[in-house]
Write a protein that binds this ligand. Structure first.
Ligand code: 6PG
Length: 231
């Protein structure tokens, strides 16, 4: 049975400390073992704050390799793209080398972008750390309820997504199977808006986020408002 570990932060500052510590530990482990740190970035507002906080830390950025869990099919550089958010909040401020950034070419449209990204992903066995958000409907990356989540072992690593309920409707997402091929998986959730999907997940309901299963289990970092057991 895969482990799902819930980490409930006491307050916002504690949440950020725990998130940064988790990243630092995954990075240290990866660099000691393999000399490179392959991290998958998530989109959304919750990770954005974390990316900004990361810029204030000292890291050997030259050893980081950036991947994305999903992307919105919009023109390159569109402010609504997940890659634009990550570039603005983290990658540009720290001066990340462009060749270390593996952006999903979502401007090509879902199917072509998914195929191109699958080609890139073929060169990497496991991610060191996958960061993921949690949507109010239980989605993660661009894996939405009622859609193909790509759970099966033979699922494609990246999939085109149409009719997404969160705009824009066309997206590219790594499959649940590929997201789970990781040494560490950290979900980031904050706020009362996440209480319903968290409660559903804790009840064992098959929300999309729960489809991401990693060998070492997954960690979910949330605050009291999202966890829902306030005293
Ligand atoms: C996106 C995401 C998505 C996001 C969640 C949580 O394209 O927006 O990748 O899966 O991580 O919707 O977003 P918030 O942190 O903004 O609630």
């Amino acid at each position: 049975m895969m482990q799902t570990r819930w980490h409930v932060a006491e307050n916002d500052a504690d949440w950020m400390v725990q998130a940064l510590l988790y990243i630092n530990e995954a990075e240290a482990e990866a660099l000691a073992a393999r000399g490179e740190f392959h991290i998958v970035l998530a989109g959304g507002g919750t990770p954005k704050r974390l990316y900004k906080a990361l810029t204030g830390q000292d890291h050997d950025w030259s050893r980081w390799r950036i991947w994305y869990g999903d992307e919105r099919c919009l023109p390159a550089g569109d402010p609504e793209r997940n890659s634009t958010m990550a570039e603005t909040a983290l990658l540009k401020p720290i001066g990340m080398t462009p060749s270390s950034i593996h952006t999903i070419p979502a401007e090509l449209g879902g199917p072509a972008a998914a195929e191109a990204y699958a080609g890139l992903l073929a060169g990497l066995d496991k991610f060191d750390l996958v960061l993921l958000g949690l949507g109010e409907d239980g989605h993660t990356a661009s894996l939405f309820p009622g859609h193909d989540l790509g759970v099966a072992a033979g699922a494609p690593p990246a999939m085109a997504v149409f009719d997404a309920p969160k705009p824009p409707p066309e997206r590219v997402s790594l499959s649940a199977c590929r997201l789970g091929r990781a040494r560490h998986v950290l979900f980031l959730a904050q706020g009362a808006g996440k209480r319903d999907p968290v409660a559903a997940w804790r009840r064992g309901e098959p929300i999309p986020a729960a489809a991401v299963m990693a060998e070492n289990g997954v960690d979910i970092l949330l605050d009291r408002a999202a966890y829902g057991d306030e005293a």
